[in-house]
Design a protein around this ligand. Sequence first.
Ligand code: ADP
Length: 171
Amino acid sequence: MNTETFNKIEIMQGDITILDVDAIVNAANNSLLGGGGVDGAIHRAAGTKLLDYCKGLGGCSTGEAVITPGFKLKAGHIIHTVGPVYSGKKEDAIQLGLCYKNCLKIAVENNIKSIAFPAISCGVYGYPLKDACKIAVDTTFAFLKEEKSIQHVVFIQFSLDNYKIYKDYLS
Ligand code: ADP
């Protein structure tokens, strides 16, 4: 285990919209025009200018990511990514891994040092949390080991049960 990399990762429980980090990640849908769950919460907290901005982006493919300003959020940026709808097929894991990787890549390109992720695809999109947690942590760990500019990655869980799953996996 690489301690320097490990120490950059933090597991939290709570609401991603109030975090004071350089960027929060939104588990968006292909339209980027808002929805329920964490997407709805982020749009409500960021304000209507976010939707206006997203209208100009023309959507986002599954596994890819796009960046917007944070508008009314404490976080300066929002990185929107679209997770796979869980189907039980092998491609799900590949696409979910790509979400994390592409968010981190965009973060580096935008000089972002701290970033927070929700559990992408683990709500309405039905991805089993334990499997998704492993992909999230392993993909991020591998990325941070190679690319040193990001200093702090938060995985934030809304529910205590999900928080415990992440904590268990990390320890
Ligand atoms: P998806 O459509 O990608 O499955 P959801 O928004 O339905 O996305 O759920 C993704 C995860 O985000 C779920 O684990 C859900 O509990 C969590 N979540 C919902 N609202 C928030 C929030 N405000 N902060 C952090 N996590 C949240």
